[in-house]
Design a protein around this ligand. Structure first.
Ligand SMILES: NC(=O)c1nn(CC2CCNCC2)c2c1CCc1cnc(N=C3C=CCC=C3)nc1-2
Length: 327
């Protein structure tokens, strides 16, 4: 079980015998002052909260047990906790899960607070990013995807609303409630050639999860296959959106958006930079096995890193660099 940094206790006067070693006390809601609501989802509510002992700010995700059970979402909750625990030791690119606790009615996830909020609000505020800004955040996003996929975690609902910015304006991916955890050996060794599951005929086929319409990959819609390349599709949509201001596939309804995706019905606005256009075209490929990066080996997407769009990116130090000003 995840334990927070133990609540401060008086330093022992003498080292306690092993059997009396001080066990960190499990946090409860009483250890926090709950502040403003910062997120309200189908199955959770997220509050800004302050730890009464340390004064530190956290984002606390609260889930109603009854609702989770009634909607049979226990697996989603467990998967999010497992994914966040697996990513805890990764120093950059993700919100951190410090501890969890529960009371009679609710589950609590104490997460790092990304002070500068959503990437989406910055895109909307400035209209669209300058190329150097789009390149920097695309590189941090790719670097975060590499670390996530190397651990066998697929996010499956990447979008600018779920990409947060910490107090230093570095990127943090949030909301792993939709994540899928695969065997890391499975995720990168065999090339991505997952065929449609023959045992699932039309009638019985049920897409267990579909992401947000504008960013959902065609394979998830078409034959409910989801692999790490689904996150690469979303990367393509997000790069397009950072540079043009809007996602590539958009329509009045979800169904019309899905239709546009399956028909690859999108275009680049005048003046869209050539290198960026070339990379987006290589990411937004219907056949996920032919998407750039689909057959890369190891823990990095070398074929994407070496694309001309990322020329000049210092991959080893990107998280230590000062992000370019968004203006
Ligand atoms: N669902 C979550 O896990 C989650 N939801 N939020 C707030 C959402 C607001 C709508 N867009 C998606 C995120 C968070 C988290 C993780 C943990 C987390 C950490 N920091 C923030 N910070 C914010 C600061 C300002 C505005 C919004 C979020 N938010 C979250």
């Amino acid at each position: 079980k995840m334990q927070a940094s133990p609540a401060p206790t008086a330093a022992p006067t003498s080292s306690p015998a092993p059997s009396q070693s001080i066990k960190p006390t499990k946090r409860t809601a009483k250890d926090y002052i709950f502040g403003k609501l910062i997120g309200d989802g189908m199955f959770s509510t997220v509050f800004l909260a302050k730890d009464i002992h340390s004064g530190k700010e956290y984002a606390i995700k609260v889930c109603e047990k009854r609702h989770i059970i009634r909607k049979k979402k226990m697996e989603y909750i467990k998967r999010e906790k497992d994914a966040l625990n697996m990513l805890f030791k990764v120093p950059h690119g993700f919100v951190k899960l410090y501890c969890t606790f529960q009371d009679v009615d609710r589950l609590y996830f104490v997460l790092s607070y990304a002070k500068n909020g959503e990437l989406l609000s910055y895109i909307n505020k400035v209209g669209s990013f300058e190329l150097n800004v789009a390149k920097f955040y695309a590189a941090e996003l790719l670097s975060a995807l590499e670390k996530m996929h190397a651990k066998g975690i697929i996010h499956r609902d990447l979008k600018p609303e779920n990409i947060l910015l910490d107090e230093n304006m570095h990127l943090q991916i949030a909301d792993f409630g939709t994540a899928k955890i695969m065997d890391p050996k499975e995720i990168k060794s065999a090339p991505v050639v997952q065929e449609e599951d023959p045992t699932r005929n039309e009638r019985s086929r049920k897409i267990s999860f579909v992401g947000t319409p504008q960013y959902v990959s065609p394979e998830l819609l078409h034959n409910c296959v989801d692999t790490r390349t689904s996150d690469l599709w979303a990367l393509g949509c997000i790069i397009y959106q950072m540079i043009s201001g809007l996602p590539p596939f958009r329509a009045a309804t979800e169904f019309l958006t899905f239709q546009k995706i399956l028909k690859m019905d999108y275009e680049f606005p005048e003046g869209f930079p050539a290198d960026a256009k070339d990379l987006v075209e290589k990411l937004l490929v219907l056949d996920h096995t032919k998407r750039i990066g689909a057959n890369d080996k190891g823990d990095t997407y070398e074929s994407i890193r070496s694309h001309p769009f990322f020329a000049g990116i210092d991959w080893e130090n990107i998280w230590e660099q000062t992000p370019p000003t968004i203006s």
